[in-house]
Design a protein around this ligand. Structure first.
Ligand code: ZN
Ligand code: ZN
Ligand code: ZN
Length: 143
């Protein structure tokens, strides 16, 4: 499967109609190792207006295709979900790394994060792990 077929399959699996702007958002988000804000997407996506983009992002988030993470400026950034996410059921239990210098947010999926056991009586709805510091790029610049 090439990328585009993969994205079409993803839309189909989540009962979303295949549209050119939706495919474009998926392909832009999947090409990045860092989470991307709506203004950043707007600047590269071409002729998709702001409202359409906003609707695409909210639908994707609701369906469990992308998740939202805030950077240190408080701006929402979006990143593709792992394949276990489903409608209203996100399992993005990975570390989000906020760089204090470039303000980018990285999804660090490959870390082996053990599920946290909470005391009796607590029910988890969302779970997030985050760290702040310097990303490899900024760390290199400082050195
Ligand atoms: Zn998710
Ligand atoms: Zn950085
Ligand atoms: Zn993430």
């Amino acid at each position: 499967m090439n990328n585009n077929q993969q994205f079409e399959y993803l839309l189909k699996r989540h009962q979303l109609k295949r549209t050119e702007p939706r495919l474009r958002v998926l392909s832009l988000l999947s090409a990045k190792s860092v989470a991307t804000s709506q203004p950043d997407l707007e600047s590269v996506i071409g002729d998709v207006d702001r409202v359409t983009l906003y609707r695409i992002l909210s639908a994707f988030e609701e369906k469990g295709i992308i998740h939202k993470v805030f950077d240190l400026n408080g701006t929402a950034n979006y990143a593709l979900c792992s394949s276990d996410c489903a409608e209203h059921d996100h399992h993005d239990e990975h570390l989000h790394f906020n760089c204090t210098s470039c303000k980018k947010v990285y999804c660090l999926d490959d870390l082996d994060v053990q599920p946290v056991k909470l005391p009796a009586g607590f029910k988890v709805e969302t779970f997030s792990l985050s760290a702040t510091g310097l990303c490899p790029k900024c760390n290199n610049k400082e050195a």
